[in-house]
Design a protein around this ligand. Structure first.
Ligand code: C2E
Ligand code: MG
Ligand code: MG
Ligand code: MG
Length: 287
């Protein structure tokens, strides 16, 4: 919820605003106009198939290119969008943009390229997420199998009946469901039995310091094993060096993403990368 982010997370906002309410009203207005003026961008971070070394797909990550403040990262405006309800229309825009892009890549490349899109729990409880996703798929013609929705463990804190039935409806569309930042939230392993989940994303706080911290090593190894035994995919995020990669490969992790392979890329950069890697195995682009 918004509370955990605190009021002073609005870092890009200038100090002359005298009340929090005024600040929020203003931010809401700014987000509205950002949407209308097309100031949002989607960046794409490659996900690597560790068995083949090839690009498996990409995670869509929203950016706000503010005319005066420059590039604003999602941590600084997604919580406000959630709080004001604007995450609905903004999230719909991300879904459509990412699906459109993925459809283009899949027209141009022979091997399938998946797209992962982050959803806020607010989008699942306030809006009609099933029709939003269904619309994005129909409007872009993207094969539903190529779309993965990344949700956090916060979905487990909602009404279970409602959430399970929503996820099942999403599954009926043919999309995949992934649990992002796995292990950092309010998870109980029992949820993995009842919810239709296709992959677990090991949080990057466990991957960071992976080899210097025996507890992190144990946790990462356990999550990868858990996923394999459940018959679902394991994804590791935040890989920054070869040592981490070697460990993950040894443990049999399925997919990986992180600065070691590539930072999140603009649409053009991602197009270039895919253009150069369609035949040969992916060459890491550390930028
Ligand atoms: P996330 O979904 O867990 O995304 C991974 C974050 O880790 C991204 O930050 C990515 O840039 C960063 N990252 C990737 N590789 C590395 C690495 O090797 N080292 C380090 N230190 N960081 C790495 P970003 O793009 O700032 O996004 C932050 C969060 O904002 C995301 O976390 C996600 O929760 C949220 N977010 C991003 N885009 C959207 C969106 O379209 N909708 C919603 N609802 N949330 C979004
Ligand atoms: Mg994510
Ligand atoms: Mg994550
Ligand atoms: Mg994260």
């Amino acid at each position: 919820s918004s509370k955990e982010y605190g009021g002073n997370n609005y870092r890009f906002f200038n100090n002359s605003m005298n009340s929090l309410l005024e600040e929020k009203v203003n931010l809401e207005r700014m987000l509205h106009s950002a949407l209308a003026n097309e100031e949002f961008l989607v960046y794409y971070q490659p996900q690597i198939d560790l068995r083949t070394g090839q690009i498996f797909g990409a995670e869509a990550l929203i950016r706000w290119e503010h005319p005066h403040q420059g590039m604003i990262p999602p941590d600084q405006f997604v919580p406000i969008a959630e709080e004001t309800g604007l995450i609905g229309p903004i999230g719909d825009w991300v879904l459509r943009t990412a699906c459109f892009q993925a459809k283009r890549w899949n027209r141009e490349h022979e091997h399938p390229i998946r797209i992962a899109v982050n959803l806020s729990v607010k989008q699942l409880i306030n809006g009609d997420i099933v029709s939003s996703v269904s619309k994005a798929l129909h409007e872009t013609g993207l094969d539903p199998n190529l779309l993965e929705l990344e949700l956090t463990e916060s979905i487990f804190m909602q009404d279970a009946k409602f959430m399970v039935s929503t996820l099942n409806e999403l599954k009926k569309l043919g999309v995949r469901i992934s649990i992002d930042d796995f292990g950092t939230g309010y998870s109980s392993l029992a949820y993995l039995k009842d919810y239709p989940i296709d992959s677990l994303k090991v949080d990057r706080t466990f991957v960071h310091n992976l080899l210097n911290n025996k507890k992190n090593t144990a946790i990462v190894s356990a999550v990868i094993t858990l996923a394999r035994r459940l018959g679902i995919r394991s994804v590791a995020e935040g890989i920054e060096n070869a040592e981490q990669l070697n460990f993950l490969e040894m443990e049999g992790c399925d997919l990986a993403q992180g600065y070691y392979f590539s930072r999140p890329l603009s649409e053009d950069q991602m197009n270039d990368l895919l253009g150069h890697s369609s035949v040969s195995a992916f060459q890491w682009v550390c930028s």
